[in-house]
Design a protein around this ligand. Sequence first.
Ligand SMILES: NC(=O)c1ccc[n+]([C@@H]2O[C@H](COP(=O)([O-])OP(=O)(O)OC[C@H]3O[C@@H](n4cnc5c(N)ncnc54)[C@H](OP(=O)(O)O)[C@@H]3O)[C@@H](O)[C@H]2O)c1
Length: 336
Amino acid sequence: MLETVKYLIGAAGPSGYGSKSTAEEVTESCLDLRSITAIITGGSSGIGAETARVLAMRGARLVLPARNIKAAEDTKARIVAEFPESEILVMPLDLSSLSSVRNFVSEFESLGLPVNLLINNAGKFAHEHAISEDGIEISFATNHLGHFLLTQLLLNRMIETARNTGIQGRIVNVSSGIHGWFSGDTIRYLGLITRNKSHYDPTRAYALSKLANVLHAQELARRLKEMDANVTVNCVHPGVVRTRLTREREGLATDLAFFFASKLLKTIPQAAATTCYVATHPRLLNVSGKFFSDCNETSSAKLGSNLDEAARLWSASEIMVSGDPKAVFDPLNPLA
Ligand SMILES: NC(=O)c1ccc[n+]([C@@H]2O[C@H](COP(=O)([O-])OP(=O)(O)OC[C@H]3O[C@@H](n4cnc5c(N)ncnc54)[C@H](OP(=O)(O)O)[C@@H]3O)[C@@H](O)[C@H]2O)c1
């Protein structure tokens, strides 16, 4: 109850920020970002576009990998009109396709650019059941698997950049509070909805993919620490905001749901605040493997902080990105 009141009035938490803080406000005290190169997925609209705008405002060079190049170019044009010094590269990437992720990374590497920040923000809520070209349920393929492979392929470059510049690298996974709605066996449910349309529940599938974002950050944080890499990874819940995420569910029912929830909704600048805070704030130096909401550290759901589950999902994801994604659902596979 007290938490809801704090949320509604935007009371500041220990970080000094709260639910009503905006991305511009939380980056006011960040170091000059002119030496920073940031890759932001899903930067063409919604929370990602505002994240891109504010990081460009603070001087960061941006790479915006996008499926919809025209939308990303429009976002770039708006940012450049506001901040003419901005350096922004738009490059093709469809996160639901493992070969597209590989193509993006090889094209990016050919540019010889550093990477200080990776913001895994793109997201899809698939109202209709669909399977990716690699044979995996589409929300999981887009929200988790594409980002898992992207992060794996960019990791050495990030570690090297941090070593060469002395600036700690940061990875931010944009998850959702809805990750706590998933209960049950992650791999088993993914196998069910991948093989059989009749088991598909769009909200449960989306929640699973967002739980995977949390588990990914957990296991990656552990591995980065073990490697003694000067790179951190954290996960955020941006808050609830009306964006194009619900585009497949537009209609009267969605309008009514947003109307009745209007007091709980954030604006897009407020929804981009937690990502920007975690990506840039000097206070978060060396902070890794944590979950943030309303610009403050908080707990993820119980399953999201289960280290065994994080390790299990990591192993399954490695199999899924390595040639025969469906092998993970083979009953003889110990992960299944
Ligand atoms: N809105 C909320 O209330 C809310 C709440 C909690 C968490 N989130 C999370 O916040 C993040 C941003 O969502 P948003 O609300 O800003 O939604 P949005 O406006 O729909 O933005 C999503 C972005 O992801 C991109 N994307 C989707 N599928 C892609 C693919 N296959 N390959 C590459 N890019 C793809 C979209 O590009 P296209 O234009 O090509 O589709 C778009 O730029 C998501 O991870 C979402 O799960 C949102």
